[in-house]
Design a protein around this ligand. Sequence first.
Ligand code: G6P
Length: 611
Amino acid sequence: MCGIVGAVANRDIIPTLIDGLKRLEYRGYDSAGLAVVDSHNELDLRRSVGRVASLEGICESVSGMTGVAHTRWATHGRPAENNAHPHTSSSQVAVVHNGIIENHNELRALQKEQGFPFSSETDTEVIVHQIDWHMQKGMGLLEAVKTTVKELDGAYGLGVVSKQEPDLLIAARSGSPLLIGLGDSENFIASDMSALIPVSQKYMVLEDGDIAKITSDSVEIFDQTGAAVEREVLISTLSDEETELGGFSHYMKKEIHEQTRAITETLEGRLGADSVLELPFGDSAREIFDKTKEIKIIACGTSYNAASVARYWFEEFGIKCDVEIASEYRYRKHVVNEGTLFVTISQSGETLDTMAALEMAKTLGYTNTLCICNVPESSLVRASDLTIFTHAGREIGVASTKAFTTQLVTLLMLAICLRRRRIGDGRTSDSMEAEIVQELRTLPQQIENALDLEDDIIAMSKHFADKHHTLFLGRGAHYPIAVEGALKLKEISYIHAEAYAAGELKHGPLALIDEDMPVVAVAPNDELLEKLKSNLEEVRARGGKLYVFADANSGLESDDETMVLKVAPVNNYIAPVIYTIPLQLLSYHVALLKGTDIDKPRNLAKSVTVE
Ligand code: G6P
């Protein structure tokens, strides 16, 4: 999704802006651009469709000490040079914008009457004309931005520069993340701290409604009432090590293989001898869990699939659990039972729909809010009562892998904490908890074993590369695992993949079965195995080709119509984590054969900060 970098310094900032944009490439984008105030005090604007490398190619002769840069992921207006940011007005002001301005049509009509020419189809262009308009009426840049944001409906993270005040960078935020990076006689803005790794470790997070006036040696922040405010200076722990490929061909492959370490780190400090600890969920976790009678989980994409698996655990443990997609939750009425804990799950902590759902939930009478997140400095974390981090490390591949499995592990720990209140005094663990805890301790090794299936999966992937449609089947907690497997395949290989609860086959999808539609199934050795086997027979009877990841003791064997890859026997509670691994590898190797852009699949973004 769109990325912002900006800088004000006493040196040429073009290399910093380009480097920052490259570091944001993983978020997904279709065009890039930058604007600086050059040595002649003119705005120099460069934009191009495609990769940041193309932009770099047209910036060789440009230099400047104040500027803004952007990677754009199209929402209003197709990917094209004229729609790329920055947008300028009268060659005076340049703006980069993340978010969506909902009243752009009204503003555009007004500005056309005022004589402003429009050169793009974007909602952003109205912002820059509005700032220019106020400056033409005599306001300074800060005042003009302050006045303009009051006239905007919607979400924005803004970086603004003007040739009239060449030493000034203005930042404003409402609904879209924006940070200020502090340097030595130079300061920066970015939508994501990873853009600033080489130039700044100290940073401040702007809050909604904040506007910042930034020079090379000062930062002043004003809140939405206009009052000067201080924001806490934080220290970033991000390093380049996390963003290096380290010998892997793609970040996705690296991240699949990092799951052993990611899960080890997610479990670290969270398990007692035979129990799950509660303090890692926050100082008030015990008190909040004591009040919790049921759970509502909200998330998007892969995080939603993790929530859907967790529902089976919570309800198995006697805790009512409801799971919903954030964008649906936001736009309907709710009946909230007393004692309901509102849980959000998000890798990035910045997904707009999830964030908006949390804000809405706070008005609806939930007992408390808990966030499961991978990014400590994110909006969702700051807005929640309790937070538990998935220590997945930075995930760069757009298709989520290690974030998903660490979310699962964290959700299982949460379910166990709440289960203690169902089986006893809420403090004492029992033999079943002790058994799951022991299984969690061996999980990293079991993941290693699952990763060892890779060679067989490479052989299997050849059967998919020329196909246009696939079906994924699972039952129980492995139905959402099948959904996640299908999501991975469609995201990175562009093969249409649909997931079904295997019991639903006969209610529709059986009609699609033929030899051109491979059917993938996950078959752990649980109480639903025999039912699943019957469902697989229904596929075989119609000439379907089956690719099954099955427990080594399931009794399922390969033959002419069926390819079975045997997975080492695994405890039922952690089986969903293990069965995820071969599905990730299958998607990766099919995409590799198809030659797609695996880490940056077309049309997709890593962090979705628009509605
Ligand atoms: C995007 C990403 C997905 C992710 C989803 C939710 O669609 O491409 O990988 O699952 O957003 O993101 P979140 O950061 O809230 O988990």
